[in-house]
Ligand binder design. Sequence first.
Ligand SMILES: [Zn+2]
Length: 130
Amino acid sequence: MGALALIGGWLVGRRIELPAELTRRHPELLEARWRVGGIPPRVGGLFLARPTVAGITLWNTVFLAPGTMLSPELLLHELGHVRQFGSSWSFPLRYLWEGARRGYSANRYEREAQEFAVERLRAANLPTNA
Ligand SMILES: [Zn+2]
């Protein structure tokens, strides 16, 4: 791996393809681009006082922390955020504002993404943690 690739990997991670079994069951997951590593999951972690978050979505790209299990629930939750980003140019600002006011778990965009994931899992008849 060259120096540029190393720096690139450190910044934006590397692109991954989701397992075919997952995208067969949830073809909507193909709407997003998926990457592992990079700075975004660590920056997300700063807001939650953790080393990293499992996943963070920026527009239509989802960054997963290295070693994160590709659980359908997590991936669908992040896809919910992809759709939120697609719904309005001002979504990132509204998300940050909501997070500043209510924190992470009471953030309505987090709840909405989780409801989206649970709904999609139910539709595919998979067990959920909710
Ligand atoms: Zn979320």
